[in-house]
Design a protein around this ligand. Structure first.
Ligand code: FAD
Ligand code: NAI
Length: 465
């Protein structure tokens, strides 16, 4: 291999980077992965997807027991919260999965370069004082919390926290104020509300969950309100001051106007995430970032510098683990001379609240901007399984092109929407029409039958409404 140390050197071992490294090694390329954290798996496994789902799953059980859902099925219990054990099982999940990646690295003979990498030239990086040359370098450095000026996060104090701090709270807050009605605010706000906190969500825009379908956003807001989350929409937080064990927030109408104050035991700052490029010394590689701080790539994930590639949260597109993973696979395949492709039009997104909220493809608003559409909707209330399981909230919506009937988007609010959306993504990947879905036999009784019935509603009529 001449004077190169590696065929592929990946920077960052999140779902983008570790997957790229494994695929590159599987394809016979000599591979290393630099990671600054003490464990592999990135944001997703250490402080993101996995620990948040561990807390969501456990708190869902707690609420089902405490909030009457179980009593409705004849199971009477009085749950007692053992927060230490709940945190323990979260940590166990993280430990098991991050350890699993370490095992996979060993199995695939991937060198883990322990430390933060920085470019020293177009084809070399320095990690922990040592320089490595690689034919290909993949930047997969991910993202971190966007700071909010005037609201300083200090996770150790457990008063003003980011998502990492909100996963670790040692006790249930009396009042938690969530800044930002996006995915993190709603997921982690739900965790602590279920465990007993009063939760207020302050959102700058006129509705929560920006980017999602309009009907879904409205319905989700109604459901979360019913569950007890208080929303202050069209409102911004301009300051937070810690006084003793509490924080005092200054809130202002987004459009300007009179300020008010709000006291909180815990404040969660969740206003978005920003790409990680500081400390990479990109200039040494001849690379620059765009106005949003992201590294731009071509469809094959190559950057403007030959031999340097980028994937995941650090490049444009939704900041999602499965998008990063698919890009990791495609990028490694392209490096190996194969044709790696990611269809960015069909990336599902899921909010793991109760019920779950999921979508893939265009929203109705986006689809209408592109042309005439037909929409079919079906309420979960009319789905036999959801009704039997005491899960009446939500609906499925299928959006199709009015002329060709090709499915452009599918949106669901349902207890298992995250699982249901997979079939919609697969159908769209295969270019399905609403009729294709409507005439596919779905097992009964399943929540997924609601997707079939919503598809039936696009051009005809569903049976059960
Ligand atoms: P990351 O996972 O951020 O990994 C990048 C890695 O690079 C990090 O480990 C970092 O330490 C390392 N690194 C950075 N700079 C350097 C350097 N110079 N040298 C060496 N290493 C470096 N997405 C979902 O799809 N589903 C979910 O349920 C979900 N839940 C989430 C919950 C929370 C609370 C958060 C914060 C995020 C969640 N996400 C979820 C988003 C998901 O975590 C990210 O989209 C995903 O981790 C991005 O993967 P990545 O590989 O691009 O980057
Ligand atoms: P987000 O972009 O989802 O939501 C941020 C919200 O904050 C927006 O609604 C925005 O309008 C609002 N906001 C911005 N500035 C504000 C201000 N000053 N005051 C009040 N509101 C303000 O970002 P979030 O929730 O931080 O999550 C970051 C990313 O992590 C997400 O984009 C998502 O890609 C990823 N993620 C994915 C999950 C999943 O797939 N289930 C779970 C958690 C995170």
């Amino acid at each position: 291999m001449a004077d190169y140390d590696y065929d592929v050197l990946v920077i960052g071992a999140g779902p983008g980077g570790y997957v790229a490294a494994i695929r590159a090694a599987q394809l016979g390329l000599k591979t290393a992965c630099a990671e600054g954290r003490e464990t592999l798996g990135g944001t997703c496994l250490n402080v993101g997807c996995i620990p948040s789902k561990a807390m969501l799953h456990a708190s869902e059980y707690f609420e089902a027991a405490a909030g009457g859902a179980m009593a409705a099925m004849g199971i009477k219990v009085k749950p007692e919260l053992d927060l230490g054990t709940m945190h323990g099982q979260r940590k166990d999940a993280v430990k098991g999965l991050t350890g699993g990646i370490e095992f996979l690295f060993k199995k695939n003979k991937i060198d883990w370069l322990k430390g933060y990498a920085q470019f020293t030239s177009k084809d070399s990086v320095e990690v922990a004082g040592k320089t490595y040359r690689a034919k290909n370098i993949i930047i997969a450095t991910g993202s971190s919390v966007t700071p909010l000026p005037g609201v300083e996060v200090d996770n150790d104090k457990q008063i003003i926290v980011d998502s990492t701090g909100a996963l670790e709270l040692a006790k249930v807050p009396g009042h938690m104020v969530v800044i930002g009605g996006g995915v993190i605010g709603l997921e982690l706000g739900s965790v602590w509300r279920r465990l007993g906190a009063k939760v207020t969500c302050v959102e700058y825009l006129d509705q929560i969950l920006p980017g999602m379908d309009g009907d879904v956003r409205k319905e989700a807001n109604k459901i979360f309100k019913k569950q007890g989350i208080e929303f202050k929409l069209k409102t911004k937080v301009t300051k937070a001051v810690v006084k003793g064990k509490k924080a005092v927030l200054t809130l202002e109408p987004a459009a300007g106007g009179e300020a008010e104050t709000l006291e909180a035991d815990v404040v969660l700052v969740s206003i978005g995430r920003k790409p990680n490029t500081d400390g990479l010394a990109l200039d040494k590689a001849g690379l620059a970032v765009n106005q949003r701080g992201q590294i731009e790539t071509d469809h094959d994930f190559s950057t403007q510098v030959p031999g340097i590639w980028a994937i995941g949260d650090v490049i444009p597109g939704p900041m999602l683990a499965h998008k990063a993973e698919d890009e990791g696979i495609a990028c490694a395949e392209n490096i190996a001379g194969q044709t790696g492709i990611v269809n960015h039009d069909v990336i599902p997104s899921v909010v793991y609240t109760w019920p779950e909220i999921a979508g893939v493809g265009l929203t109705e608003e986006q689809a209408k901007e592109k042309g005439e559409v037909k929409v079919g909707k079906f309420p979960m209330m009319a789905n036999s399984r959801a009704k039997t399981n005491h899960e009446p909230d939500g609906f499925v919506k299928v959006i199709a092109d009015a002329k060709t009937d090709r499915v452009l988007g599918v949106w669901c609010i349902a207890s298992v929407a995250g699982t249901m959306i997979a079939q919609a993504a697969q159908a769209m990947e295969f270019g399905a029409t609403s009729e294709d879905i409507a005439y596919t036999c779905h097992a009964h009784p399943t929540h997924s039958e609601a997707i079939k019935e919503a598809a039936m509603a696009v051009t005809g009529k569903p049976i059960h409404v």
